[in-house]
Design a binder for this molecule. Structure first.
Ligand code: ADP
Length: 497
């Protein structure tokens, strides 16, 4: 019998020692009366110390747990309640050991007598949990501090995560901030997109192929440009959802477009300058050849003692006039560029001025009929006589130049309300529609002008526009290729003249 008992006791002792935890018993004041051998392995200290050292348990608790853990246990013990809690003990080697203690209270007539329990080492579990919590908090902080709006949607179209920036970017109303209903949030997002159809189609496409990644640009109705990036969310080997991240790239895109525009403009300016240099040198050289010829002939005549021929001198002078006209245009252009084109302010009758300009021009236009439709009032404006004459001459010379086969050139001066309207029409080569807008730009020559072999620097109309606009007027052209052109300008009339 006694033998049998010892055998059972030994069996129990063996089983207890084999348990991966400290099996223990203590009195109601936490004084251990039994601890299994694992105590030495898990926490250290000889078993006798566990049982004999007064307040052993409390003394070897981690300082941060020394107050609350005994208090918690005492209360549960007094209430004869089984309890479970986790705390730290400082092991004999100084290591901190996390223990989960599962305690039952043995009571007699409602009075707690003994405590029995098992302490399990949960250090690894705690570390893993702490690491996980740390990682999660890191992820949350990262997610909330990133400049991208992020939303994660699972396979069942439920939102599993989203960050503050996403809500800001898409102006998500407060009632939708915490919802997991992707459809509702999507409807809100979609309503802000400029082209909702392709936007939705692309999303469907990405959902249909869970492995696909994609970057797209999305234009919003309010003008913002958003870059959308989407990639699958993988867990283990499986795809469990999709991450959508949105970035506001409006400023970058605008800056890029602006840079491209400036580059194009710079390239265009370089091209215009190069073209201009070759045109200008050609144009300046053109009158020189006949001029030289005329002067040589004159020199020979003088050397031979023959009289100087007036037509020869006039021809030479005409080339000089052409040269000085070109140089004046160049000078005027640089004056305009520097904002230094000065204008006089005097009353000028447009009726008389046009009459005079036409009279001066008639001798040079033998093949063209010049018609003048006069107003029945002088139409006085305030301005610079010379400069206004320059505009008329320029328009008339162009009309002559760009209607090489002759034909009539009609000038009409009339009143149009408070303004005078001057029109110069020819039946010449006309201007291609896409070029009209550029005619008044510096150095611009219409596509069909150089081909037709007419000389010119492309400055005349630029100067005309500047002069007219400085007089408070405007200038434009109406034209059809092959049928001729009509240049018109208006000027404010000075009343009481
Ligand atoms: P330029 O005649 O010296 O080239 P302008 O500034 O006077 O320069 O004119 C600019 C361009 O406008 C001309 O090169 C020509 O292509 C076009 N243009 C001007 N007037 C006429 C016109 N009456 N008919 C057709 N094209 C014209």
């Amino acid at each position: 019998m006694a033998q049998e008992l010892t055998r059972t006791q030994r069996l129990h002792a063996g089983l207890i020692d084999a348990i991966d935890g400290i099996v223990w018993e203590a009195d109601a004041n936490f004084r251990f009366t039994f601890v299994s051998k694992q105590a030495e392995r898990l926490v250290g200290y000889p078993l006798q110390q566990w049982m004999q050292e007064p307040d052993f348990w409390v003394k070897h608790l981690h300082p941060e747990d020394r107050a609350w853990a005994p208090a918690f246990c005492t209360r549960a013990t007094q209430e004869c309640r089984p309890h479970e809690f986790e705390y730290r003990m400082i092991a004999a080697n100084g290591r901190t050991v996390w223990l989960r203690d599962i305690v039952t209270v043995v009571s007699e007539e409602g009075i707690p007598r003994r405590l029995r329990g098992i302490m399990v080492d949960v250090t690894e579990e705690r570390r893993a949990r702490e690491k996980l919590e740390h990682t999660v908090s890191l992820l949350c902080a990262t997610l909330d501090s990133t400049a991208d709006g992020v939303i994660v949607v699972d396979r069942h179209r439920r939102i599993t995560a989203s960050n503050r920036r996403f809500h800001e970017l898409w102006r998500v109303p407060p009632e939708l901030v915490d919802t997991s209903d992707w459809e509702k949030v999507f409807a809100h997002v979609r309503s802000q997109v400029q082209h909702p159809e392709p936007f939705t189609a692309r999303i469907q496409e990405l959902y249909a192929d869970p492995e696909q990644e994609g970057v797209d640009l999305v234009e919003l109705r309010d003008g913002r440009i958003i870059e959308r990036y989407s990639r699958p969310q993988r867990l283990g080997g499986a795809t469990v959802g999709r991450v959508w991240s949105y970035r506001d790239v409006t400023v970058e895109r605008r800056a890029q477009a602006e840079r491209e525009r400036l580059l194009r403009e710079a390239q265009e300016a370089i091209r215009v300058r190069d073209d201009f240099l070759s045109i200008a040198s050609h144009e300046l050289k053109t009158p020189l050849t006949p001029l030289k010829l005329h002067l040589q002939v004159l020199k020979q005549r003088v050397a031979a003692g023959r009289p100087i021929s007036t037509p020869q001198v006039e021809k030479a002078l005409a080339q000089v006039a052409r040269l000085s006209g070109l140089i004046n245009d160049l000078l005027d252009t640089s004056r305009i560029q520097a904002g230094r084109l000065e204008l006089r302010h005097e009353p000028v009758s447009l009726r008389e001025l046009t009459r005079e300009v036409l009279a001066d021009l008639r001798p040079v236009s033998a093949e063209h009929a010049l018609e003048y439709e006069e107003p029945d009032e002088p139409l006085v404006i305030e301005g610079d006589r010379g400069r206004l004459a320059q505009v008329l001459v320029n328009l008339l010379e162009n009309a002559l130049k760009y209607s090489p086969t002759g034909g009539s050139i009609r000038v009409r001066v009339e009143r149009d309300g408070a303004r005078a309207l001057v029109s110069v029409s020819d039946s010449g080569i006309g201007i291609p529609p896409d070029q009209k807008a550029h005619l008044f730009e510096r150095f611009f020559r219409a596509r069909n002008a150089p081909i037709s072999g007419f000389g010119g620097l492309g400055l005349g109309l630029y100067i005309c526009r500047d002069i007219i606009e400085h007089h408070g007027g405007s200038i434009w052209v109406e034209s059809e290729v092959g049928c001729g052109s009509t240049f018109r300008f208006t000027l404010p009339v000075m009343e009481h003249h």
